[in-house]
Design a protein around this ligand. Structure first.
Ligand code: NAD
Length: 253
């Protein structure tokens, strides 16, 4: 029960890493707000958590719309009285040769992966300053640290999240707010499966992904949830403005 009665808002909690983190935080005693643009999937996360005795409430939120993020945080505070943990995790990928990326693609990627995280930080910080404490976790990616063909725009948004996280931490650390970035490597989620399905031979592509990871396997969403749990817990109380990479060693070779 490392998060007993902590109020945690997780974006992108209707799938993959966000859902696993919602389940993990709830199992550790947190009251979880499962926020997602896909309300039906967020409700499934709520049901999965409630079925095992945890506390969770689903919210429909499009993180690329500032007013929706602001309202979700205001609603959380009006119901639960505070916001202890904000996990800005919602994200999308658009995988194309750079020459085929349209301005609309770029706007969508930046809107969700960068502006969505910025809005989450901005409005969580506004609340956390009044509490003089709070924890923010931003999901970036190992692709914010290294390059990969077809991912130029995605890599740009994730590198931006890492840089922004450092700057935000420097700005707000004295107000008791702990802000860090989490960089997963290839994790077996619907996002990764959809990316692999774009290949001519998805099975071969999946094997190539595994071969690129020294640990010899794709990560699981539950493995990333445990890293988020560390960052959200008091065990990480001296961890500020940094980037934790959980990628099976992919970026060491
Ligand atoms: P996923 O597609 O399984 O889940 C993403 C969730 O975000 C979905 O439920 C989706 O509905 C939600 N979402 C999308 N747009 C949204 C919006 N505008 N507002 C609110 N919610 C929105 O993906 P995942 O693999 O769990 O990825 C979660 C995060 O981890 C993303 O930021 C992703 O970039 C990052 N990441 C994933 C991997 C990987 O290999 N899976 C690797 C590195 C980083």
């Amino acid at each position: 029960m490392r998060l007993k009665n902590k109020v945690a808002l997780i974006t992108g909690a209707g799938s993959g890493i966000g859902r696993a983190t919602a389940q993990c935080f709830a199992a550790e005693g947190a009251i979880v707000i499962a926020a997602d643009i896909n309300e039906a999937e967020a409700l499934i996360t709520q049901e999965l958590i409630e079925a095992v005795g945890g506390k969770c409430q689903a919210f429909k939120v499009d993180v690329s719309q500032e007013v929706q993020v602001k309202d979700a945080i205001a609603k959380t505070v009006s119901i639960y009285g505070r916001l202890d943990i904000m996990h800005n995790n919602a994200g999308i990928s658009i995988i194309k040769p750079t020459t085929e990326i349209t301005e609309a693609d770029l706007d969508r990627l930046i809107g969700i992966n960068f502006k969505g995280v910025f809005f989450g930080c901005k409005h969580a910080i506004t609340q956390m300053v009044t509490q003089q404490e709070g924890i923010i976790i931003n999901t970036a990616s190992e692709l914010g640290l290294v390059g990969q063909p077809l991912y130029s725009a995605y890599c740009g948004t994730k590198g931006a999240v890492i840089a922004m996280t450092r700057a935000l931490s420097a700005e707000w650390v004295k107000q008791g707010i702990r802000i860090n970035a989490l960089c997963p490597g290839p994790i077996d989620t619907p996002m990764l499966r959809a990316e692999l399905d774009l290949a001519t031979n998805p099975k071969l592509e999946a094997q190539a992904a595994v071969d690129s990871i020294p640990a010899g396997k794709l990560g699981t969403a539950a493995e990333i949830a445990k890293v988020a749990l560390f960052l959200a817990s008091d065990d990480a109380q001296f961890v500020h403005g940094t980037t934790i990479v959980a990628d099976g060693g992919k970026t060491i070779i």
